[in-house]
Design a protein around this ligand. Structure first.
Ligand code: GLU
Length: 312
């Protein structure tokens, strides 16, 4: 049980099997929480109900139990809290910084290709390498938006990031892990690098970015421990926290466990799936050894700054 008001969470998406990368992440997270005397929560990030299944969710919990990772209270399941994300989306829409974006993936691709051919220089990409949304419909009139929506045209709710940043001061966060380039300490947020991110879909008023910041606030999360692949996304999370008036957790982005080819492990990583390793007879200690945590506490990977409690 917790000895203080620090709250950590592990937040996998039950859309596939956990692999060694998740094992490392869960162990580091859990043991840091434990050594801080904090509460440790499990959250199933299952807004994508086409890919997330109850069977994967059960497997996640079973694999965590096998690793010796246990959590306080019942897990939160995002699919059960759409109203919370919908309310946040509406609050942003009321500020006129969200718009229905109608360009399909194919249209964006064609637009970017044409631009690059005509201009002879690359169209800007986000930190994950995807082209920024061109936003040709960013300033459409209300009448045009309503017409297209009533015609049943498909759209996603996107953040007008340029307008949004005008509403908030310069943003930063406290990083006690590190960026992929090794930066830590006070990190300046650069949300413009992401362009107009998706905040909601036609059928669900949520996206990863929106639900993660809403849930961290609702659950009182003070310490976000996750992989470095999400370091840059923190810029968007900080912007959404500022726009929605939410508290700011501390962040610890840890190193990733890479496959033999040097690439990030994926959910279809087959032989690195925890289930497959268990079935092959591996023990929890074997898995710890495989991720470089044999015989030592994963919490030692970080010194947790105490005393500087999360800003409210
Ligand atoms: N659900 C995300 C994932 O599985 C992690 C979200 C987070 O830790 O912020 O990659």
């Amino acid at each position: 049980m917790s000895r203080n008001d620090a709250v950590f969470r592990f937040a996998p998406s039950p859309n596939g099997e956990l692999h060694l990368g998740h094992a490392f992440s869960a162990l580091v997270n859990f043991e840091m929480a434990h050594s801080a005397g904090a509460t440790f929560l499990l959250r199933h990030e299952d807004i994508d109900t086409t890919r997330c299944t109850p069977a994967f969710e059960r497997q996640v919990e079973d694999d965590l139990n096998f690793l010796g990772v246990d959590w306080d209270g019942p897990p939160r399941r995002q699919s059960e809290h759409m109203a919370d994300y919908g309310a946040a989306l509406e609050a942003l829409a009321a500020e006129e910084i969200v718009y229905p974006a109608f360009m399909t993936r194919g249209e964006v691709k064609a637009y970017v290709e044409r631009y690059e051919a005509e201009e002879g220089r690359p169209w800007p990409r986000d930190p994950d390498g995807a082209p920024l949304y061109p936003g040709l419909d960013r300033h459409a009139s209300t009448a045009e938006r309503e017409h297209r929506m009533s015609e049943g045209e498909r759209f996603a709710w996107r953040l007008d990031v340029e307008r949004a940043i005008e509403m908030v001061p310069a943003l930063s966060w406290d990083e006690y892990g590190a960026s992929p380039l090794g930066e830590s300490g006070k990190i300046v947020a650069r949300p413009l690098e992401w362009g107009d991110v998706v905040l909601g879909r036609m059928d669900i008023p949520a996206s990863y970015h929106l639900s993660v910041v809403v849930d961290d606030a609702i659950q009182g999360v003070t310490d976000v421990v996750r992989g470095r692949d999400l370091f840059y996304a923190t810029s968007i999370h900080r912007l959404l926290q500022a726009l929605l008036g939410l508290p700011v957790p501390r962040y610890h982005h840890h190193a990733l466990i890479l496959g033999e080819d040097g690439r990030k492990l994926s959910k279809s990583a087959g032989d690195t799936a925890i289930r497959a390793l268990r079935e092959a007879g591996m023990t929890a200690e074997d898995l710890r050894r495989m991720v470089g945590l044999a015989g030592r506490s994963a919490a030692k990977t970080a010194t947790i700054p105490r005393g500087s409690s999360a800003r409210r």
